[in-house]
Design a protein around this ligand. Structure first.
Ligand SMILES: [Zn+2]
Length: 337
């Protein structure tokens, strides 16, 4: 019996220093301490020990049990307090850089434009990207077979002769006019689609922001002051403007709006192609036929509309000469914008 106690003491004495963590300690505890453990098994044998030997055997067994329990308690506290200092931790290694996402440059330009127009009193409206021919063309004064339809090459939906991917955000104007009464003062940001060859200047899908203001006695002067207020906030107080006569079916008269090139200060550079001017928007007074299509009496009300290509604004903002950079999703490019 004494030999068994001493050999178990030796066994435990060899195992204890090799315990490295809480899991190994728990395995050890289950092997030796619990009711079916090896120490308890020796205690069971005490009843067979002769009366004369009992005091000595009992004493040694007690030392083994109490000593082992005390050691387990000590190791347990040690492991619990040292979980943070894993030997794998090398404090001399450089930190790992965390990459965070950011807003796409086209979206951040759009948000900036929306915020400026909101500060000028415009509300934001949206409409469907799959439109019908009526809202995209007819109601906007593009009669069937009108050559102006060729200005906007269209993606038509398969199986639905009448359905198409909207070529501009202007159909939202018709939906707003039908849904509400003047005064109307809204901007309509969104994605539009054209069946065009993709090159440095054009994509098959891009973004526009459209504006519409309808009330009594709205004039061209209101259009000019609104656009100039916006552009000064967007491009700076010193910007110069010019309005060039143009043609759009849905406005009459129509004008393209140019801003003095803020990259070269009007001197002429690569971005403005040496002219000193940048084209930023199309605009005009809402055509009476469009007001009628929206259920608004052109004898009582008048209004203006304007439209910006958001990618175009972003290209000028970031000095990019190829629109495709925005959609190739090359992080090295987008990271620099
Ligand atoms: Zn320039």
């Amino acid at each position: 019996m004494l030999n068994d106690i001493r050999s178990l003491l030796k066994e435990i004495g060899e195992k204890l220093p090799n315990l490295k963590n809480s899991e190994q300690l728990e395995q050890f505890r289950l092997e030796y301490i619990v009711k079916k453990g090896k120490i308890q098994a020796l205690m069971q044998r005490m009843k067979d020990v002769s009366k004369a030997d009992k005091p000595l055997v009992g004493k040694e067994l007690n030392i083994l049990r109490k000593g082992t329990e005390a050691k387990i308690k000590e190791l347990k506290e040690k492991f619990e307090n040292t979980t943070d200092s894993s030997p794998d931790l090398d404090l001399t290694l450089p930190g790992r850089r965390r990459f965070t996402g950011s807003k796409h440059p086209v979206m951040s330009v759009m948000d900036e434009m929306v915020d400026i127009f909101k500060s000028l009193g415009f509300t934001v409206a949206e409409g469907p990207e799959i439109e019908d021919d009526y809202h995209n063309f007819d109601a906007l004064n593009f009669p069937p077979d009108h050559p102006a339809r060729d200005m906007q090459d269209t993606f038509f939906m398969k199986g639905g002769e009448d359905l198409l991917l909207r070529t501009h955000t202007s159909p939202v104007q018709i939906r707003i006019m039908k849904d509400s009464q003047p005064p109307i003062r809204s901007i309509m940001p969104g994605r539009v689609y054209r069946n065009e060859a993709i090159n440095a200047r054009s994509l098959a899908e891009f973004h526009q922001i459209e504006g519409l203001y309808i009330d009594k006695n709205v004039t061209l002067a209101d259009l000019k002051s609104t656009i100039i207020s916006f552009a000064k906030k967007m491009y700076g107080e010193n910007s110069q403007f010019r309005f060039r006569p143009s043609f759009f079916p849905f406005t009459e008269p129509s004008a393209e709006i140019d801003i003095s090139c803020y990259l070269c200060g009007g001197e002429g550079c690569k971005i403005c192609k040496g002219t000193g001017w940048l084209e930023i928007a199309g605009s005009g007074m809402v055509h009476p036929n469009v007001l009628k299509a929206g259920g608004i009496d052109p004898e009582v009300y008048s209004g203006f509309a304007f439209g910006f290509g958001i990618e175009r604004v972003a290209m000028l903002r970031y000095g990019i000469t190829d629109i495709r950079y925005f959609y190739e999703n090359d992080i090295r490019v987008l990271d620099q914008l």
